[in-house]
Design a protein around this ligand. Structure first.
Ligand code: SF4
Length: 71
């Protein structure tokens, strides 16, 4: 398994939650390819180093799309 960054399942894209922002006490399947064969049920405050941030997470809060300037 890749020695990646450790993170919480609630913020991981492999956490099979239907919620956009899973809570710490929610449990879901881990769908990480190397781990899915074990059919792990993990909670939001679990985590591992195969963590990958969910889409839409990790973008700095201060980032804004530039307003179009073409008229
Ligand atoms: S166990 Fe690891 S890969 Fe699976 S959901 Fe949690 S952080 Fe993601």
């Amino acid at each position: 398994m890749a020695d990646g960054q450790w993170g919480n399942c609630k913020g991981c894209r492999h956490f099979a939650s239907h919620n956009a922002q899973p809570s710490e006490d929610e449990t879901s399947r881990c769908m990480q390819p190397d781990l899915s064969e074990f059919e792990l049920e993990v909670s939001g405050n679990s985590g591992c180093n195969a963590y990958e941030a969910r889409a839409g997470m990790g973008t700095p809060a201060t980032y804004h799309e530039p307003a179009p300037s073409v008229h």
